[in-house]
Design a protein. Structure first.
Length: 314
C-alpha cells in the first residue's frame, strides 16, 4: 500500500466567510440539504431562506416532503449561545415545526444540555438536532464539509416513555416501530445509498423518490398478515394517468402480481407478500429481504418515469 494522506481540518471561515450570504446559501441548495438529510435520516426539501417569523428571520425553512412537516435550520458559524438557542425555539413555535436543526461551529456544554432537555421533554413528534459543522481536506484536495451530529432525539426511549404515560401508543405500534428499526439497520448494512427515515410507531415506512408528488411506502398489515410495497401518489391524477399509459412496461418489469389502485385523491400500485405472522422473528431476515428487493424494484421501475413526467410538466 502506498503512502496515505493525512486529514487536515480547515477553518470554516476560510470556506464560508459570511454566515448568511455564504454558508446558508450553500446549504440551501438541494444537493447539500440531501447530504444533511442523509446524515439525519430524513428527507429535506427547501422552501426558502431568510424567511420572516415575526420580527426575526429564519436562516432556512424546509419541509419533510412525505409528511409536509416543517423543518427549521438555524446556522451559527461560531460557538453556541443563548441568542441562537432562543431563536430556534421561537422559530419552532411560530411555524409549528417538527424538526429543529441547529448547525454550529462549536458546542458549549450548557447548550448541549438544553437541547438534550428539549428532546426529552417535548412531544415525541418534535425532534431537535444539534450539529457541529466541520471542514476537512487531504493534502491539496478540495475542502469537504462534515456534519457531526452532537445531539438527536432518542425516538425509542421517547416512545416507550410516552406509552407508559398514556394509552395513545399501543403495544402493536411499539412492535411496528421495533420492526422498522431492525429493517432500517438491515438496509444500512446492505445499501449505504438508501435514504432512510427515522422509524416511528406506525404501520408504514416511507422512502423518497426525490419529489413531493409521490413516494414509496412499505407497510405491515397485521389483520391480513402481509407486507406491501407500493408507489403512493397523494394527489396528482395527471401523474397517475401518465403511469397508467406505461402500464405494459411497468407490469413487464414488476410482474403480474403488481396491483393498481385508485382512490378519490390518492392512487398508486404495489406488491403484496402474504405470510403466517408478520412479527415472526425466525423469518425476519426473509421479510427484510423481500421488502428491500421490492423497494429497489419499484425505484428502478418508477424513477425514470417520474423524472420524464416532471420534465414534461415543468
Amino acid at each position: 500500500m502506498g503512502d496515505l494522506g493525512r486529514l487536515e481540518q480547515v477553518d470554516i471561515r476560510e470556506v464560508w466567510a459570511h454566515e448568511a450570504r455564504d454558508f446558508s446559501s450553500w446549504l440551501a441548495k438541494q444537493e447539500n440539504l440531501s447530504v444533511l438529510g442523509d446524515q439525519l435520516g430524513i428527507d429535506i426539501e427547501p422552501l426558502g431562506t431568510e424567511v420572516d417569523v415575526g420580527r426575526f428571520r429564519i436562516d432556512i425553512l424546509a419541509k419533510e416532503p412525505n409528511t409536509d412537516e416543517r423543518i427549521i435550520i438555524e446556522n451559527q458559524l461560531e460557538p453556541t449561545n443563548h441568542d441562537h438557542l432562543g431563536k430556534v425555539i421561537t422559530y419552532a413555535a411560530g411555524l409549528d415545526a417538527h424538526y429543529l436543526i441547529w448547525i454550529v461551529k462549536d458546542v458549549l456544554p450548557e447548550h448541549l444540555k438544553a437541547v438534550e432537555w428539549l428532546n426529552e421533554h417535548l412531544d415525541e413528534s418534535v425532534r431537535c438536532f444539534l450539529i457541529k459543522i466541520e471542514v476537512w481536506k487531504i493534502g491539496e484536495s478540495k475542502p469537504a464539509p462534515r456534519f457531526d451530529v452532537i445531539s438527536v432525539k432518542n425516538d425509542w426511549a421517547a416512545t416507550v416513555k410516552r406509552s407508559v404515560a398514556s394509552t395513545e401508543v399501543s403495544e402493536l405500534k411499539l412492535r411496528q416501530q421495533a420492526f422498522w428499526q431492525r429493517f432500517v439497520a438491515y438496509c444500512r448494512n446492505k445499501d449505504s445509498s438508501l435514504k432512510l427515515q427515522t422509524p416511528r410507531p406506525q404501520h408504514w415506512l416511507d422512502f423518497s423518490m426525490g419529489t413531493s408528488i409521490c413516494h414509496i411506502a412499505l407497510t405491515i398489515n397485521t389483520k391480513q398478515e402481509k407486507f406491501s410495497s407500493q408507489i403512493y401518489i397523494p394527489n396528482d391524477k395527471f401523474l397517475w394517468e401518465y403511469l397508467k399509459e406505461n402500464e405494459l412496461d411497468i407490469n413487464t418489469n414488476l410482474g403480474s402480481d403488481f396491483v393498481w389502485w385508485e382512490g378519490t385523491k390518492a392512487a398508486g400500485g404495489g406488491l403484496d407478500n402474504f405470510v403466517k405472522d408478520v412479527f415472526d422473528e425466525s423469518n425476519q431476515e426473509s421479510y427484510f429481504e423481500w421488502l428491500y428487493n421490492s423497494l429497489i424494484s419499484l425505484k428502478k421501475t418508477f424513477l425514470p418515469l417520474i423524472q420524464d413526467y416532471k420534465k414534461q410538466v415543468s
